[in-house]
Write a protein that binds this ligand. Structure first.
Ligand code: KG4
Ligand code: ZN
Length: 339
C-alpha cells in the first residue's frame, strides 16, 4: 500500500494542510491567525474570513513542500467537527470540491479523535506508537476527555468535563491576569520561573472520571480581586508564582482522574493529546508517572499536539484502508454530540 493523503484542518483559528505517504509526514503547514489576539479570544467571523484567505496558499505550500502533484493524491481528509461552524464550512467545502474535481475519495474526520491519532504519525524523529487498548487524556481549548482507545475506529469517552475545558481554564486564567490570548503557552513559559506551591486553589469534587474547571476560574478571579484591593501591583509582582500555581492545580486535577481511569480499566498504556498536551508541566508529570508507576507513556511531538492537519491526514489514512469514505452531502457539526 502506498497512498498519498491530503489532510485539511480548519476547526478553530489555525488553517492547516498536510500531505502524508501512508502515516509518514511529507508536509504539515500551519497558518496561525493573529487577528484574535487583541480580542482576548477567537472571534468566529474573523476566523472564517482568515481561513478563506489562507486555505489555498496553505494547501499549495503543503503540496510543494511534500513535492507531490495534486494528481498523485489518493484521498482528501478534512475535519468535519467539532469546532466553529463558519471555520469548519471553509475546510469542508474546499475538501469536497477538491476531491470531486480530482475524482478521488473524500474522508471526514473527527477533530478530537484526530488529536489521538496523532500518535500514529511517523517522521524523522523516533517515537513509540501505542498498542491497543490504551487510554488517552485529550485536552484542548474546547474539550477535556479521557478516551479508551480500543482501535483506530473504536474510541469510547469514559470521562469528560461537565463545564470548561482544561485549555479554557488556562486561557481564562491568563485573561484574568491580563495576559494575551492564547494564555496556555504563556502560563507554561512564566510557570517555569515560578513556585507552584506558593498559592493554592481549590480543586473540584466531581464523581467518577468527569472533570470540572469552572470553579477554578471563579476561585482565581475572587482571589485576585481580593489581593488587588490590598496591592494593585499584586499580579505584576507575583506573575510567575501565580502561573506556576495555576498550572500545578490544573495538572493535579487532570492527573487524579487519569490515575483513577488506569485503576478502573487496568490499562497502563497512557497517552496525552491536544493543545494542552504541549504543556511542559503536564509532560514532565507524565514522565514522572512513567518512572514511579510503570506506566507506558506516550507524548506527541509539540507540533502534533496543537492543531495541525497531519493528524487529520493520518486519521484519513486509516479510514482510507477501510474504504470508509464520506458522501458529498455531509454537513459539519459544531459539537461532537451532533455527529
Ligand atoms: O488542540 P488545540 O490546539 O485547539 C483546540 O482544539 O482547541 O488546543 C488549544 C488549547 C488552548 O486553550 C491553548 O491555550 C492550549 O491548548 N495550549 C496550552 C499550551 N499550548 C497550547 N496550554 C498549556 N500549555 C501549553 N504549552
Ligand atoms: Zn484541537
Amino acid at each position: 500500500m502506498c497512498a498519498y493523503i491530503l489532510g485539511i484542518e480548519s476547526s478553530c483559528d489555525d488553517t492547516s494542510a498536510a500531505v502524508l505517504n501512508n502515516t509518514r509526514v511529507l508536509s504539515n503547514v500551519i497558518a496561525n491567525q493573529q487577528a484574535h489576539e487583541r480580542f482576548g479570544g477567537v472571534v468566529p467571523e474573523l476566523a472564517s474570513r482568515a481561513h478563506q484567505q489562507n486555505i489555498i496558499p496553505v494547501i499549495d505550500t503543503a503540496l510543494k513542500v511534500a513535492n507531490i502533484d495534486k494528481k498523485q493524491l489518493d484521498a482528501v481528509a478534512y475535519t468535519r467537527g467539532p469546532g466553529l461552524m463558519g471555520s469548519l464550512l471553509v475546510g469542508a467545502s474546499f475538501a469536497k470540491t477538491f476531491a470531486l474535481s480530482l475524482g478521488i475519495p473524500l474522508i471526514e474526520t473527527d477533530h478530537m479523535e484526530a488529536h489521538i491519532m496523532a500518535h500514529f504519525l511517523m517522521d524523522d524523529e523516533d517515537r513509540p506508537v501505542p498498542e491497543f487498548p490504551f487510554l488517552c487524556l485529550t485536552v484542548s481549548g474546547g474539550h477535556t476527555q479521557i478516551v479508551l482507545v480500543r482501535n483506530t475506529s473504536q474510541m469510547e469517552i469514559i470521562g469528560k468535563t461537565i463545564d470548561d475545558a482544561a485549555g479554557e481554564a488556562f486561557d481564562k486564567a491568563a485573561k484574568i491576569m491580563g495576559l494575551p490570548y492564547p494564555g496556555g503557552p504563556l502560563i507554561d513559559k512564566l510557570a517555569k520561573e515560578g513556585n507552584p506551591t506558593r498559592f493554592s486553589f481549590s480543586e473540584p469534587h466531581v464523581p467518577g472520571l468527569d472533570y470540572s474547571f469552572s470553579g477554578l476560574k471563579t476561585s482565581i478571579l475572587y482571589f485576585l480581586r481580593d489581593q488587588l484591593r490590598a496591592d494593585s501591583q499584586f499580579i505584576e509582582i507575583n506573575k510567575s508564582d501565580l502561573c506556576a500555581s495555576i498550572q500545578q492545580t490544573i495538572i493535579s486535577i487532570l492527573m487524579k482522574k487519569l490515575v483513577l481511569a488506569t485503576e478502573i480499566t487496568g490499562i497502563k498504556q497512557v497517552a496525552i493529546a491536544g493543545g494542552v498536551s504541549a504543556n511542559s508541566g503536564l509532560r514532565n508529570t507524565m514522565l514522572q508517572k512513567r518512572d514511579e508507576s510503570g506506566w507506558k507513556v506516550f507524548i506527541p511531538k509539540i507540533s502534533y499536539s496543537t492543531d495541525n492537519a497531519a493528524m487529520i491526514a493520518v486519521t484519513g489514512f486509516f479510514k482510507f484502508i477501510e474504504g470508509n469514505f464520506a458522501g458529498q452531502h455531509l454537513t459539519p457539526y459544531a459539537r461532537q454530540s451532533g455527529r
